[in-house]
Design a protein around this ligand. Structure first.
Ligand code: G3H
Ligand code: 13P
Ligand code: ZN
Length: 330
């Protein structure tokens, strides 16, 4: 069932992080739901309560236009019907003012992200405030962003020297003046498969400083893929060319969650799983041309990957508790 992002945050805050996974197609949706319910062998398997996790599905603007936003939304509605045990929120990732309004008015989304972080401070506040007013009027919560991550985000590329960590004092003023419900903070990560070019990791001192001034306020970490060496190696061994890819060490998720990082955004890792499985399949079976050939192992591998990620985020095994809090009878 689709719930509000706020309800998921209330259960998770300070204890674990909710995985926010970007999807673009049917196979990702299938693997995502199965992984979050611990149905690793098949969609018909019983829910594994030790593994089952609440989660957030993120749809980027690119994903909305990849086929047609209605196609992807219909896939999610279908998954909700096929997997009635799942508890999740639907979120617009990196929205513009216009796409936020579209999602708010559609009635389908639990939350939207307004990303005006590339604007100056005052303009970011003005835009975010307008979106918050319109979203709150419909009971939808808003994630905003302050600070600049490096890497590619939608169609905007930010070089490492232009990336800037979130200023804690500014964060307090920003939250107070906009009324946003969660804040994406720049704490050393970047989007994509090539993070930490300068060798640095997460800036825990910065997270701590922000949480000190904004206690109980959910923070969001973008660019959180761990870019597992295992998957990069498999891609490279199957004909890929991804030298020097690296990501956020997975054992840093939980310490960050304890400091208020309540939503952890993961897209790139899912793409790596997709890429490795498809490259290997067609390398090993050059006469094959049926898309379902690699599709099946991809869904299995993606489900396994999601279940693993949720262990690292601490969200694995939390589904029953969330349902209790929501007084949901599954
Ligand atoms: O932060 C960006 C996300 O990874 C979405 O990427 O715009 O290519 O769908 P995308
Ligand atoms: P990654 O590129 O690290 O997966 O980050 C995804 C993200 O932040 C989506 O908003
Ligand atoms: Zn992002």
């Amino acid at each position: 069932m689709i719930v509000t992002t706020k309800e998921l945050f209330q259960h998770a805050y300070g204890k674990y992080a909710v995985g926010a996974y970007n999807i673009n197609n049917l196979e990702q949706a299938m693997g995502l739901f199965r992984g979050n319910l611990g149905k690793l062998e098949s969609a018909d398997a019983a829910v594994d309560e030790a593994v089952a996790a609440p989660f957030i599905i993120q749809i980027s603007r690119g994903a909305r236009s990849y086929t047609d936003k209605r196609m992807l939304e219909a896939v999610i509605r279908g998954a909700d019907e096929v997997f009635p045990e799942a508890v999740f929120a639907v979120h617009l990732d990196h929205g513009t003012e216009e796409s936020c309004y579209d999602c708010i008015d559609s009635g389908f989304y639990s939350s939207v992200m307004i990303d005006a972080s590339h604007e100056d401070f005052e303009e970011n506040i003005a835009i975010t405030k307008r979106v918050v007013e319109r979203a709150h009027a419909k009971g939808i919560v808003v994630e905003a962003e302050l600070g600049q991550l490096g890497g590619v985000e939608e169609d905007i590329e930010v070089s490492e020297e232009h990336a800037s960590l979130t200023d804690p004092d500014q964060a307090v003023e920003f939250v107070e003046r906009t009324g946003c419900d969660s804040l994406a903070v720049a704490i050393g990560t970047s989007h994509g498969a090539y993070k930490f070019a300068g060798g640095q990791g997460l800036h825990f001192d910065r997270i701590e400083a922000i949480q000190g001034l904004l206690p109980d306020f959910p923070l969001v970490m973008h660019g959180s893929s761990s870019v597992p060496k295992e998957w990069v190696d498999r891609i490279n061994e199957a004909g890929g060319d991804m030298p020097g890819a690296s990501g956020v060490p997975e054992d840093q998720y939980l310490p960050a969650a304890k400091l208020g990082v309540t939503k952890v955004n993961i897209d790139t890792d899912g793409r790596l799983v997709w890429c490795a499985i498809h490259r290997e399949f067609f390398r090993d079976k050059p006469a094959e041309f049926d898309l379902r050939g690699p599709g099946k192992p991809f869904m299995n591998a993606y489900a396994e990957f999601i279940a693993h990620k949720n262990q690292k985020l601490g969200s694995a095994g939390q589904l029953a508790g969330v349902k209790e809090t929501l007084a949901v009878t599954a």
